[in-house]
Design a protein around this ligand. Structure first.
Ligand code: SIN
Ligand code: MN
Length: 207
């Protein structure tokens, strides 16, 4: 089958391009299946911030490098915190990047965040990467999440949008370094994950 290449955003908020409903139910199931293999090889862990605070999400990665956070700070590294390399980024996931960021370099890192009922993500910028000309692509799977978009500096007015399973968003160009976060998820709003909750995949060119 010839895959539909180069999707068009359904809405753009503060330069963040949102592709609502981009992934079909079948594509979502395929990606979740592939993520089970990733999590078997690179188990989810609960990161702490440099101040020693537990983050509420559980995370793991695929790709040449994975994003980790511990008492030494945030960084990309070639190994899982418990040792061993990260598994490759599944083809089902790399295909999404090709549709929404066709001109960009190939991603070398895919962060996998799991949000249980009460997990959230504070406002932050994605700025641990070497080349801010490369976009960040984010895939939502499972329960709905309230995504907040701020400004290029901390604070100021924000806008929020509910992300649903199968939505994809791109932070690129002038919006590459926009502050963003997840205020809350809506438990039970999706049946994609049998155990409930939400998975967010963040694809990046880290190096
Ligand atoms: C993140 O920015 O790290 C996660 C965003 C999301 O979960 O949608
Ligand atoms: Mn982020």
């Amino acid at each position: 089958m010839v895959k539909k290449l180069e999707a068009k955003p359904t809405v753009t908020i503060r330069g963040v391009a949102l592709f609502q409903g981009l992934l079909s139910p079948g594509e979502q199931v395929r990606i979740v299946d592939d993520l089970r293999d990733v999590a078997r090889d690179a188990p989810f862990f609960r990161p702490v911030t440099s101040r020693g605070q537990q983050m509420s999400v559980r995370m793991t990665s695929a790709g040449a490098v994975g994003w980790v956070s511990d008492r030494r700070g945030y960084r990309y590294q070639e190994t899982h915190p418990e040792g061993g390399q990260w598994p490759p980024i599944p083809e089902s996931v790399r295909a999404v990047w090709a549709r929404v960021a066709p001109g960009a370099r190939a991603p070398d890192s895919c962060l996998v965040n799991f949000y249980a009922e009460t997990a959230r993500m504070g406002m932050h910028q994605d700025r641990d990467e070497a080349d801010f000309d490369q976009p960040v692509v984010s895939i939502s799977l499972g329960d709905d999440a309230l995504f907040r978009i701020g400004n290029l500096t901390r604070g100021g007015k924000t806008e929020s949008v509910w992300l649903r399973s199968g939505d994809v968003l791109v932070m690129g160009g002038a919006a590459r370094l926009v502050f963003h976060g997840i205020d809350r998820i809506r438990p039970g709003s999706s049946t994609l994950l049998p155990e409930g909750g939400r998975i967010n995949l963040t694809l990046r060119v880290a190096r």
